[in-house]
Design a protein around this ligand. Sequence first.
Ligand code: GAL
Length: 423
Amino acid sequence: MKAWHWVLPAWLACVWFLPGLQGQGGAHAQGTSLDVLHWWTSSGERRAADQLSALLAPAGVQWNDAAIPGGGGMAAVKVLKSRVLMGDPPDVAQLIGSTLSEWADVGLVLPLNAVATRQKWPQVLFPTVLGVVSYQGEVIAAPLGIHRINTLLYNRRLFARLKLNPPHTWADFENVALKFSASGIKPLAWSDEAWQVATVFESLLLAEAGPVLYRQMIVQRHSAAWMDPRVEKALLRLRWLRSLSEAPVERVWTDSARELMNDSAAMMLMGDWASGELMAWGASPATDFACVVVPGTAHMHLYSVDTLAMLVNARHHEALQKKMAETISAMPAQLAYNRIKGSVPVRRDLSASALASLGSCARDSWETFASPTAARVPSLAHRMASDEATKDAVAQALWRYLSDPHMEAQEAQKRLASVIRSP
Ligand code: GAL
């Protein structure tokens, strides 16, 4: 059952019955600006959003920023719900993955079929991306970029200082972690924030379980699959990674990236938006940092696709909203935005020179995503595979497991199995 059925009456009131808003809609309808609610507020995210805004201006669309800080969008999603309840939905919202269909179900999302047909999305987008933005035969969002969650970033200077190679297996990882610890260097930047723990865990799960079992657990949501011994191994590894850091610490992901930047930590497990952040601070992938895939996940792409949905509201800005969808999915915006954000274009018609111009992490990400033989699996932590409530329940179960040193991995497995429900 959708937790969302309260939205419809609120939305109807907002669009049709609130006279104040009807009047306001008339005034706004003449304007050229669109209210955009999103959670891109770190330096790299901000630069990427500013880049979109700069590209939209010549197309006659003003980006009116309504950013809500908070990595992973926990706060932004809450603000969006309350704006809808108050009868004031923004024109555009960063709605991603499975949560898109919940909003489409209650009629809040403007279909973009005409834009998709005109821009030949079925031919130029990756089929997986087209799947993410399609629901019941309609296209319901404009895709921006593909993030790779199974990314391990490392500090080049620290690895060079200890003459170490980046890890490709968990045995390598354990070896370099011990060497960094012995030299008094923190091996891994860490945060206990629930969404960050979930982000790390799903990469470990993919590494242990492989794509077939991962899909059974995350996509088909078979409770029983969560009792597989490989899940226990992933949970034990999660606890071991946690033990590499000092006392529990819940902090924003940019603080961990800062440790990597200033030589306080050697590695970080995070989606590739962290590389966009490091670049925004002036770090260079050539000399300062680099990335490899999380050990055990070579030729696998654990993806999160960022999308903007155009919301139905009383301001009736449909023409502008469609213009925005068209501009951000076109090649110039795709290249400019994704280079800054750390993600890769959602389009498969990238020229060889455009591909060569991407950094090595991004190139490997795009090539893996494009490869017919690679495994593409959706991120649970970033809403690609479940509703908001299930994602939050999984993150909380993992958080509890890490906060309670007495909880056995098998107990955590049982709890995970019980919060996972078939879609
Ligand atoms: C993800 C989002 C990314 C990224 C990250 C951290 O959910 O898809 O664009 O910026 O959160 O805020």
